[in-house]
Design a protein around this ligand. Structure first.
Ligand SMILES: Nc1ncnc2c1ncn2[C@@H]1O[C@H](COP(=O)(O)OP(=O)(O)OP(=O)(O)O)[C@@H](O)[C@H]1O
Ligand SMILES: [Mg+2]
Length: 180
């Protein structure tokens, strides 16, 4: 793709007071997903990438258990509107190992793709529609998280718009007033 055709990313900064606020963020994003949307989740161990994905699955109608793909690398879900592929690349043996395993077939645009630890794949992964960079915010309490949401292209913009519409970025969206 020529450089000028790559859409500029746009980003939003959010504060999440607790895990319930993380779930509300997942709820907002769940409503904006379409088959083919890709989400990358970056952040330290225990920052809440799997917790976010479990909430996302719940709001997409998954009622069963949602296992962390830490060891399997991939957990697939057959949801009512699309398939969702939940990856965790933390244990990838090399940047290209996901390609060698044939996982690129899941990025064919038919399902929603959520990838924890995308940085383990280096530059071999295409840029996502939405990147959530999650950081703990110990100054605001053990459960507080700071999130930078970076959206690219129409699908990324739809996600960012849904986050805004859910009230995460307005004047009252500080930690104490995470949206209900
Ligand atoms: N605001 C919050 N958002 C998400 N999880 C939170 C929050 N506050 C506390 N938690 C807790 O933090 C932990 C997050 O664990 P989780 O497995 O989701 O992290 P992770 O980022 O997926 O880690 P890993 O890199 O090991 O896969 C859970 O125990 C969850 O209950
Ligand atoms: Mg995880």
């Amino acid at each position: 793709m020529p450089a000028e055709a790559i859409p500029d990313p746009e980003s939003l900064s959010l504060k999440l007071a607790d895990e319930a606020a993380t779930a509300r963020l997942a709820q907002a994003i769940a409503g904006a997903l379409r088959a083919g949307t890709t989400i990358h989740l970056s952040g330290d161990l225990g920052s809440g990438k799997t917790a976010f994905t479990r909430a996302l699955l719940r709001f997409l109608g998954h009622t069963g258990r949602a296992k962390s793909p830490t060891f399997s690398l991939l957990e697939p879900y057959n949801l009512s509107s699309f398939d969702l592929y939940h990856f965790d690349f933390y244990r990838l043996s090399s940047e290209r190992a996901w390609l060698d395993a044939g996982f690129d077939e899941y990025l064919d645009g038919r399902g929603v793709v959520v990838i924890e630890w995308p940085e383990m794949a280096g530059d071999t992964l295409p840029a996502p529609d939405l990147l959530l960079r999650i950081r703990c915010d110990p100054t605001a309490g053990a459960d507080a998280r700071l999130v930078e949401a970076v959206g690219r292209g129409p699908r990324g913009r739809e996600c960012l718009n849904a986050i805004r519409a859910a009230g995460f970025c307005g004047p009252d969206s500080g930690l104490a007033a995470a949206p209900r």
